[in-house]
Design a protein around this ligand. Structure first.
Ligand SMILES: Nc1nc2c(ncn2[C@@H]2O[C@H](COP(=O)(O)OP(=O)(O)OP(=O)(O)O)[C@@H](O)[C@H]2O)c(=O)[nH]1
Ligand SMILES: [Mg+2]
Length: 242
């Protein structure tokens, strides 16, 4: 028997595992599953070293940013979620590996926050988006029932100015029927096509895990996750002419 042969009992075990994975409808992505809390920053200057790559999640208070991060990372309590708006007040960094991070940005537009705090927030978000060299992409999370607030548009404007690729997640899609969700998606697509920047609009539900895999695919691209698995110096070896 060759080295790669798998014994019959091990083979059976693998098949049972695969079957239960398919039955549960869950495909766990081990890269995102390993996410863990790195640090929290109240100001841009307190952010971790501006190296590697990171993707930030922005959106109104209560839109579902933290829930989206948890769903994408297959964890129930990585990012703190709450029914109380304005829960995430700092930039929360989650590490995927030494060179890659996800960032949960403070929720904006919370009515009870004083104007001075809102102005402070605007100043810090603009500074973060403009200055952060490791920022590879921006996910703007919007409750599908309340899309494109003034703050969302402001965020998309800053993202466009920083030339960031953007993903607009219409989350809580489980709250609408499929037809209504698609209609909202198309309306938002039309609205953002007039804005500057590279914006893609997707339906998402943390509750139903809708959209998890396609979003992970976009994050892979921005974070260059494939590059970690297949280093560039191995690529020439698979050319057919070799
Ligand atoms: N039905 C449904 N509820 C959701 C979904 N995502 C989030 N929620 C709920 O919406 C509320 C707010 O979610 P969070 O993820 O805490 O929202 P957030 O954007 O991080 O809020 P802040 O930290 O306050 O800015 C919670 O009660 C969540 O359970 C979803 O996909 N479907
Ligand atoms: Mg939050």
């Amino acid at each position: 028997m060759g080295d790669t042969d798998v014994g019959p009992s091990a083979f059976l075990r693998l098949q049972v595992l695969e079957l239960s994975r398919v039955r549960s409808g869950l495909t766990m992505n081990p890269f995102y599953q390993r996410a863990h809390f790195l640090t929290a920053a109240a100001r841009v200057e307190q952010c971790p070293a501006d190296e590697g790559r990171e993707v930030a999640f922005a959106g109104r208070s209560n839109a579902g940013k933290s829930s989206a991060i948890n769903a994408l990372c297959h964890q129930s309590a990585l990012a703190r979620t709450s029914k109380t708006p304005g829960r995430t007040q700092q930039l929360i960094f989650f590490e995927l590996d030494e060179a890659r991070r996800l960032v949960d940005l403070p929720g904006y537009g919370y009515a009870k926050v004083p104007d001075s705090v809102k102005r402070d927030w605007q100043h810090h978000m603009a500074a973060y988006l403009e200055q952060r060299r490791s920022l590879a992409g921006l996910v703007v999370v919007m409750d599908i029932r309340h899309p494109l607030s003034e703050f969302d548009r402001q965020m998309l404007h800053w993202g466009g100015r920083a030339d960031l690729p953007m993903l607009l997640l219409l989350t809580k899609a489980d709250k609408l029927k499929t037809g209504a969700a698609r209609a909202t998606q198309h309306a938002v697509e039309r609205a953002v096509s007039e804005l500057a920047g590279r914006v893609e609009v997707m339906l998402f539900s943390a509750l139903k895990r809708q959209g998890v895999e396609p979003v992970q695919g976009r994050l892979d691209r921005w974070l260059e996750v494939g590059a970690a698995i297949e280093p560039p110096d191995t690529l020439p070896r698979i050319r057919p002419s070799d």
